[in-house]
Design a protein around this ligand. Sequence first.
Ligand SMILES: CC(C)(COP(=O)(O)OP(=O)(O)OC[C@H]1O[C@@H](n2cnc3c(N)ncnc32)[C@H](O)[C@@H]1OP(=O)(O)O)[C@@H](O)C(=O)NCCC(=O)NCCS
Length: 184
Amino acid sequence: MREPRIPSITTDRLTLRGFSATDRDAYAALRGDPDVVRYLPGGEALVAFAEQIADTRIAAFREGWKRGFGVWAVEEAATGTFVGQAGLAAMDRTADVEVLYALARPYWGKGFAREAAAAALRFGFERVGLDRIVAFVLPENGASARVLEAVGLRSTGETDYNGFKVQGFAIEADEWRANGWVRK
Ligand SMILES: CC(C)(COP(=O)(O)OP(=O)(O)OC[C@H]1O[C@@H](n2cnc3c(N)ncnc32)[C@H](O)[C@@H]1OP(=O)(O)O)[C@@H](O)C(=O)NCCC(=O)NCCS
């Protein structure tokens, strides 16, 4: 099958680009850090399978772009260092599209997640033409909730995510435009 084309995006400090096989070790290290995966689906139980997950996810990320949106590898623009993942993913059981991100620990607290999430929203609304973008966060994941609020999502209350009680977030395209997120 022909590989989908994956657009790259540059923000002030980051490059969002397609995952490639050369990201495998860095991505396996990310998935192998309990602090990073604690609040991701599967949680810390998946740390032992980080290598296999890296292989399957990198292939799935590339394949996912056939929808016209997907998950990027995130690089620090100044150094070209792999810092994590961010992007948009189709939900399994609804027609919604979610924004997601996970960064290696040395890069937390720099506003990188906010910058990557804002770029993913802009891509989803301006280039893909999505009507709405959602996100789901475990109640203990205050940093992620803060990132979502900072890029304009609002809480839609508690909901179920594959059997977990999570806080739902959402933003509509109209809301995103009206609130001036376009230039952020
Ligand atoms: C969530 C994550 C991406 C945040 O990355 P980050 O680069 O540190 O995020 P930012 O620097 O853009 O912003 C973090 C914000 O949360 C705040 N914050 C940090 N820890 C917090 C906590 N425990 N409770 C509440 N707020 C917190 C920071 O002060 C900052 O707010 P500010 O912008 O108002 O100063 C990062 O912690 C991560 O990769 N975690 C593991 C994967 C994950 O949980 N992904 C999301 C799944 S829903």
